[in-house]
Ligand binder design. Structure first.
Ligand SMILES: *Cc1c(COP(=O)(O)O)cnc(C)c1O
Length: 430
């Protein structure tokens, strides 16, 4: 697979290079020069199990770089959990993406990426440092995916006081090759520290850095798997269907758009955002204006400068018209989020998490059309947001065992100011 840099059409790399570099020269993102087409015989084949389907989708990207056995092993190791499609009624389906080890969809990307690193590192002996800024769920998914992996160190930055205690526990208690930095600042501060480090020759001359944010194309490829998986599981494939994607950095949405380019017959996408309205404002006005992030109940979507935006414009040849045809977007407040959790619980006895609730509310507002199947991506397990859920429905969601286990461990974070020289010093000497 050949990929180009969204800020420099002439910088071409293969998958392995894109995986290790994470980000292109000048801060651009890698995007496949050509999105592969998946044969209809695979897209419509209801008999493949989820792992087999993942393999078929992955091989269409990676066939020239990872041989079949290697790719089978990578997928079997990384995607060792399911993505079930639950029906609320004939029209509304929930694609549950939280069955991985850290209970959020980011396990797909993080585990696949970790598997790919491990595949390519093989027996090279240079250590890699993975830098990742997290607004919550990326951190736990990445930390868990890489924990204990030989030759890889993970340094993750998160905004102090702006991730839930539970999220914090999931990534700050692992120790070993995982270092958690608690930054006194916002998620955007964390992201900007990481970006600076990547373009700092003093650091990159000394350490082999790579990224694990949704910047990395290796995170996006596995996120296309479940869009195909959901379609495979639809009972009525003749009815038009759309996906609603709770969005922050727009990685999940980008993966959906790529799936459509690969041949998935989805009619449209809804990108649901919280009070951080940069993308919904773009969809309604055509102007993309990054803004400082605002804290909300759906905190993994508190992004003021969504970094995959460049990939979306890249996929659509910079045409606002095309983009507006494919994507609807709207913003949902915290009050509506709580109200939606309550409503869906009383109507269907189903507990949405706050991110899924933003999606649900957006879906109800934008499209009350009958005759279209609406598939909502439920991006996290509600137990990760117990207090919010309790305030909405008066009870806590059941807590899966894998979450209980991390709650019992001690936090081991290192506190740092949102100050580049201090961060640099830390990176150089740790
Ligand atoms: C990261 C995250 C999102 C946002 O996904 P993007 O790919 O950044 O748009 C939504 N929900 C949850 C639970 C997340 O962790």
């Amino acid at each position: 697979m050949k990929l180009y840099n969204t800020r420099d059409r002439y910088e071409l790399v293969n998958f392995k290079e894109a995986l290790f570099r994470g980000i292109g020269e000048g801060g651009g993102l890698y995007l496949p020069v050509e999105i592969p087409l998946l044969p209809g015989s695979i897209i419509n084949n209801g008999r493949l199990n989820f792992n087999e389907l993942c393999y078929e989708v992955a091989t269409s990207f990676l066939t020239d770089e990872i041989p079949p056995q290697g790719l089978h092993d990578l997928i079997a190791g990384a995607i060792n959990f399911d993505a079930p499609l639950v029906s609320l009624n004939d029209d509304i389906k929930i694609l549950e993406l939280f069955h991985g080890p850290t209970l959020a969809f980011k396990d797909f990307g993080a585990r696949f990426m970790a598997g790919a690193f491990s595949y390519f590192i093989g027996n090279e002996n240079e250590e890699i440092t993975i830098l990742v800024a997290t607004s919550g769920d990326t951190g736990s998914a990445v930390a868990n995916a890489f924990h204990g992996m030989a030759g890889i160190k993970v340094v993750l930055l998160y905004p102090s006081g702006r991730v839930s205690q539970l999220q914090e526990k999931q990534f700050s208690t692992l120790g070993g090759n995982i270092t958690a930095l608690e930054i006194s600042g916002t998620f955007d501060d964390c992201q900007s520290l990481v970006k600076k480090a990547f373009s700092d020759a003093a650091i990159t001359g000394k350490k082999k850095l790579s990224s694990a944010n949704s910047i990395n194309i290796a995170r996006l490829i596995p996120q296309t798997f479940y869009y195909f998986g959901a379609y495979g599981r639809l009972e009525n494939k003749n009815k038009p269907f759309l996906f609603c994607v709770p969005s922050g950095n727009l990685g999940n949405l980008t993966a959906g758009l790529m799936s459509k380019k690969m041949g998935l017959p989805v009619s449209r996408f809804i990108s649901a955002v919280n009070a951080n309205t940069v993308f919904s404002d773009y969809i309604s006005s055509g102007d993309f204006k990054p803004a400082p992030s605002i804290s909300t109940l759906s905190n993994a979507m508190d992004v003021g400068s969504p970094n995959n935006f460049e990939r979306i414009t890249g996929l659509f040849d910079n045409s606002y018209e095309y983009i507006r045809n494919e994507i609807l977007s709207t913003s949902v407040s915290d009050t509506e989020t709580i109200g939606t959790i309550k409503k869906v619980y009383s109507e269907f006895n189903y507990i949405l998490d706050p991110h899924g609730a933003v999606g649900y509310a957006a879906m109800q507002r934008l499209l009350d059309t009958e005759g279209t199947t609406k598939i909502l991506l439920e991006t996290a397990h509600p137990a990760k947001f117990g207090q919010v859920i309790e305030s909405a429905i008066g009870r806590l969601p059941d807590m899966p065992d894998r979450l209980k286990a991390s709650l019992e461990k001690e936090k081991q974070s290192i506190e740092l100011p949102a100050d580049y020289p201090v961060f640099k010093e830390f990176l150089m000497y740790n």
